[in-house]
Design a protein around this ligand. Structure first.
Ligand SMILES: [Zn+2]
Length: 138
């Protein structure tokens, strides 16, 4: 198990950890039309334009369903080893987001599989924790 308190989060404005240790995604829900937006922003609702106090912060469990995925074999950055899998994930809250799966190959992945968020340290020593997704039970 990852000791969350010992490593910083790579993107603390995008995700965090619930008191029980489960990763959460930081989004905003429009109180006028109920649309959930990610990441949080102050420009206004993407659907109806409501802004200011009409956008309420919501912390969403990082669990959902695999909608689509692609295995990446060439990547110009040095922060992640290839191959890795990018995915579209429909969170249980309805929010669709793109994320990276925990290290694994696309072999055997199936659309519709349940995914849950996990925090994994980057490949450099002392690297911050990145939000990744993995098939439930893996
Ligand atoms: Zn709205």
């Amino acid at each position: 198990m990852i000791e969350i308190s010992e490593a910083p989060l790579a993107h603390p404005s995008l995700y965090g950890v619930a008191p029980g240790g489960a990763p959460m995604v930081f989004a905003a829900r429009c109180t006028q039309c109920s649309r959930i937006g990610f990441p949080r922003q102050s420009y206004g609702c993407e659907a109806c334009g409501a802004h200011g106090e009409a956008l309420a912060d919501v912390d969403l469990p990082a669990t959902g369903e695999l909608i689509s995925f692609a295995e990446v074999h060439r990547h110009h950055g040095t922060d992640i080893d290839t191959p890795f899998v990018m995915a579209e994930i429909r969170l249980d809250s309805g929010l669709l987001l793109r994320g990276t799966l925990a290290p694994q190959h696309a072999n055997g992945l199936k659309i519709g599989v349940r995914l849950c968020g996990t925090l994994i340290a980057g490949k450099r020593p002392g690297a911050a924790l990145e939000l990744r997704f993995a098939p439930e039970g893996s």
